[in-house]
Design a protein around this ligand. Structure first.
Ligand SMILES: [Zn+2]
Length: 283
């Protein structure tokens, strides 16, 4: 049973009430509500009691962590050992994105998809399906140019075109202010001026802590072994995949079972602004 007052165990009976730590009932109710809204645990995963599940949701505030991922930046997200953030770039793409979504659904795992504007425009139903299945829809420019080679105004225009196109496809309206302020540079081709510009606009830049190298053709089994070795070496972190590659889609069911077997835990990243607005809407 949940207790409303916790008394120190040693000499508790002799202590005056002033030493009793009192927990407001509102806090207890809040904790119970929080438990009720926890992400889908493995136990709830539609007939798959051994599912990996999503361990927790992490609200990312661009003002606190403007650029994360140790492959390119000095810091990463505040993850515990063996926590993993799954990210997929370059989609949505028919066939492969569907297969990735199916694998994630089977294990009740939530991920983040850094979409290209041109692909969201070409496949809006698939882009909406990613959101409808509870994943985070993030951004990766309109047409995947290497922005570090462009003038600052042209690079910003390309980023903004991507924001607007993805949000238009997914939500029915879009602008240069993205619904989810998460961005990843194509080819990790950033520069200090662009990173600063995005920080000023309160858009979090995601690098990665490790990647699957799935732009290189290889068998799904080789892909699975490679990324697993890198994950074990890194001890967790932000993992970069591409949902446009069949080899990634094919190895994902086995890879998710590997995570479960090896006691890794999946963390779903969401914008802090969304969490704050939902909390205020619930008041
Ligand atoms: Zn890309």
């Amino acid at each position: 049973m949940m207790q409303l007052a916790f008394v120190p165990a040693i000499g508790a009976c002799a202590r005056p009430m002033a030493n009793t730590i009192r927990i407001p009932i509102s806090a207890v109710v809040g904790a119970l509500l929080a438990l009720a809204t926890l992400p889908a645990a493995a136990a709830d995963c539609g007939g798959n009691p051994s599912a990996l599940g999503t361990a927790r949701t992490l609200a990312v505030d661009p003002a606190v962590t403007p650029a994360v991922g140790r492959k390119h930046f000095p810091v990463t997200l505040p993850l515990k050992p063996k926590e993993v953030v799954l990210t997929f770039d370059d989609g949505p793409w028919p066939g492969t994105t569907d297969a990735v979504l199916k694998a994630l659904r089977a294990e009740c795992v939530k991920a983040s998809f850094f979409m290209l504007g041109r692909n969201a425009v070409a496949h809006p139903a698939l882009a909406r399906k990613v959101l409808a299945e509870g994943h985070t829809v993030a951004h990766h420019t309109y047409s995947h140019p290497l922005l570090s080679h462009m003038s600052l105004p042209r690079a910003e225009a390309e980023i903004d075109r991507g924001f607007a196109a993805v949000d238009q496809a997914v939500y029915g309206s879009g602008s240069r202010v993205p619904r989810t302020p998460f961005f990843r540079f194509p080819g990790f081709a950033s520069n200090a001026a662009l990173v600063d510009l995005l920080a000023r606009r309160r858009i979090a830049v995601f690098g990665a802590d490790l990647w699957a190298s799935d732009w290189n053709p290889m068998s799904p089994q080789h892909q699975r072994t490679l990324v697993l070795q890198r994950l074990i070496h890194a001890g967790g972190g932000i993992v970069l995949f591409h949902d446009t590659h069949a080899q990634t889609a094919k190895m994902l069911p086995d890879f998710l079972r590997d995570l479960k077997r090896l006691d890794y835990r999946v963390v779903h990243i969401v914008p802090a602004s969304h969490v704050a607005s939902h909390e205020s809407a619930g008041r």
